[in-house]
Design a protein around this ligand. Structure first.
Ligand code: SF4
Length: 352
């Protein structure tokens, strides 16, 4: 028996051909799976009984097991999901007034090991496959009953942020495959303008985010100098700030300058939060001539971490300096802190 979730359109066509059916059946099946969210072959009403039986004998349409589900007082919703081998990850839905983003994970644990990140304290176990990445969004859609796929304007689960557990560009093939499925217009159809891939800066793959996917890019920058960045993000010893920004230039050369790159910047007390740090960031952006905006993130402490959040005054002063230089620099409102669902807090194992 084979799971149909996570197969590309071409792979689904091959499966349909292998059971002796015509290609148009693959398109219908795709719509049942990704437009209607159907998991039961017997309910696929435009299929003959023999075809439904054939599908049932050879395939299934999976969802991961929901181990726990938590809802924050601010509406943020977190699922701990378990896959067939027992590995677990977390997925979060962050609602806004009339829309919301599903934050999906791409690995069990993470090899990058950023010092401020709860996920990074959980060693990498394995990559998720496209099925496991796509299924996270489908679990969220199941929970909110958003089947069949609503139009862009009316959907509640409107955006995807690839910012959960893991470094997506360490799992490029499966992440790209999953995002192509999630953005396919015949199914779930999340617009590429509403998908953001966030990376710690895996330089060799950044241009491909534009070339092969065309989704929005966010870079976890978190420091204005290599010395400081290397102290909290070991990946910076491999790919320096300069190399990351050069790769961003290539992304923007493909996507156009109007497709702003978001630089995520965690505000850590007495580490990266001075006016001088803000001015160094501005110099970097001017030097590389990037269409950029900043996302200032108040630090969410987690059990055992060494960092403290910057004071509100410092964060606001930092934001003001960036804005006076012409860069948007909103301060992210922390969401789901009471259920450890905020940025950098996800973790699926108690100890590692
Ligand atoms: S911030 Fe992202 S890249 Fe860094 S350790 Fe956490 S999950 Fe990995």
């Amino acid at each position: 028996m084979k799971d149909l979730i996570g197969l590309s359109k071409e792979e689904l066509q091959n499966e349909i051909a292998a059971i002796g059916e015509k290609p148009f059946r693959a398109k219908q099946l795709w719509q049942w799976i990704y437009f209607h969210g159907e998991t039961d072959f017997t309910k696929m009403s435009n299929f003959s009984k023999p075809l439904r039986e054939k599908l049932q004998q050879n395939y299934f349409i999976s969802r991961p097991k929901i181990v726990t589900e938590q809802q924050s007082s601010d509406g943020t919703h977190k699922w701990l999901l378990e896959f067939s081998d027992g590995e677990r990850i977390e997925t979060v839905y962050i609602p806004e007034e009339d829309r919301g983003a599903v934050c999906i994970s791409t690995q069990v644990g993470c090899a990058v090991g950023c010092k401020f990140c709860h996920t990074g304290s959980q060693k990498i176990t394995r990559n998720l496959n496209a099925c496991e990445i796509v299924a996270q969004f489908m679990v969220a859609r199941d929970a909110y009953g958003e089947w069949p796929s609503p139009t862009n304007e009316t959907r509640y689960l409107s955006n995807i942020v690839v910012m959960g557990m893991g470094e997506p560009l360490h799992n490029k093939a499966e992440v790209f495959k999953a995002l192509k499925i999630l953005s396919d217009g015949d199914g779930i159809a999340i617009s590429k303008r509403r998908i953001t891939l966030s990376t710690s800066g895996i330089v060799p793959h950044i241009e491909a985010v534009a070339q092969e996917l065309g989704v929005k890019l966010a870079i976890s920058l978190h420091a204005p100098t290599n010395e400081k960045r290397s102290a909290i993000m070991p990946i910076n010893n491999k790919y320096s700030i300069e190399q990351v920004l050069e790769a961003c230039q290539k992304y923007q050369a493909v996507m156009g300058m109007s497709r702003m790159i978001t630089f995520e910047y965690l505000m850590l007390k007495d580490f990266n939060d001075t006016p001088e740090d803000a001015r160094l960031l501005i110099s970097l952006m001017k030097k590389y001539k990037l269409g950029a905006k900043f996302n200032l993130i108040p630090f969410n402490p987690w059990p055992g971490c060494d960092f403290q959040p910057s004071s509100n005054n410092k964060v606001h002063a930092f934001s003001k300096i960036l804005e006076q230089a012409g860069y948007e620099a909103p301060i992210r409102v922390a969401r789901g802190q009471d259920i450890l669902a905020a940025c950098g807090q996800l973790k699926s194992k108690v100890s590692s």
